[in-house]
Design a protein around this ligand. Sequence first.
Ligand SMILES: *Cc1c(COP(=O)(O)O)cnc(C)c1O
Length: 381
Amino acid sequence: MIPFIDLKAQQKLIRNKVEERIKTVLDHGQYILGPEVKELEKKLSIYTGVKYVLCCSSGTDALLLALLGLKLKAGEGVIVPAFSFASSAEVMPLLGAIPIFIDIESETFNLDPSKLADTFKTATEMGIKVKGIMSVGLFGQPADMKPINEFAKNNDLWVLDDAAQSFGGKYNGNNVGNLCEVSATSFFPAKPLGCYGDGGAIFTNDPEIYEIANSSHIHGMSKNRYEYDRIGMNARMSTIQAAILLEKLEIFPLELKKRQIVANNYNKHLNDLNLNIKLPLLKSRFESSWAQYTIILPDNINRNRLQEELKSKNIPTAIYYPIPLNEHKPYKNYPVSKSGLANTIYLGQKVLSLPMHPYLTEDEIINISNNIHEAFINNWK
Ligand SMILES: *Cc1c(COP(=O)(O)O)cnc(C)c1O
């Protein structure tokens, strides 16, 4: 079986160094808030060019801490794409706030800035005070942040970037993490930069957002221990995970280059087949971290059968995401932009993510492409 994401190939390269790092933590014994967490925050700050980095317990907690830092209150609204992982929308209702669902662009899978005005109007007409926009860099490519930031500025909104998949990407030469007020990422093992457990981080140049998030991630602690400024949570990053990430961060830039080569190879070999598949579009002035390589299938292909046939050839595939967020039971009563969700609904039926990781060889990609070719011929209605 070709692994969908191959974490073992990476581990082989850095195993000794990771073991050394873990051993250091076992020796000093500061499992919570140990020196590796501070070291990682410093290195991530240098990597992104962002002033304040706060490491925490997961990508979802990072989004929640960012919203606390932005002082989002119950009843207030946040515009969010309906085509994303559940975390992007679940953090608003946890604070009593309201996700307002917006459509994505048909070619990048990211928030469609041309629909912001209609979406804002939808919520305003319902009496909801919109406070912010959550952009999502789905599959690795950042959202089109310039028009999103402009709309936000003109309407007195903030922007929170869910960079769980796009960390390592760039937009107009700027690193993801540094594209708006505050960004959140995930270090879940399968993400482009993953640890060996749960982990996440927020990135901001705003000292107040950082201060509130920092306090909130340790129970709302004040400058003095056991004195509390606010209601908080326990969302600290484990020191061992920080130690592992320090080694992973060393090879991250090289892995991003390898991911781009893998994407180029897919583009080349799938293009050569002339199958009427839409390949993922990387816009100019954007860099993707290629968390996923996601194709759009033509209408006459039965996706389930294609997946079955590929599976029988030991090629795993995945569907991110088959059901728009607003159609899941817990989200059914939240508003949808009056401009609709046509791309979200259509792409949910047509997308297919192929194996993607930095160590995928060109031979493996040729094999995957040829098997897609064969399956298409067998599948053609
Ligand atoms: C993975 C993911 C998250 C959540 O990250 P966790 O670390 O699993 O909590 C949030 N948003 C998106 C788009 C993701 O892909």
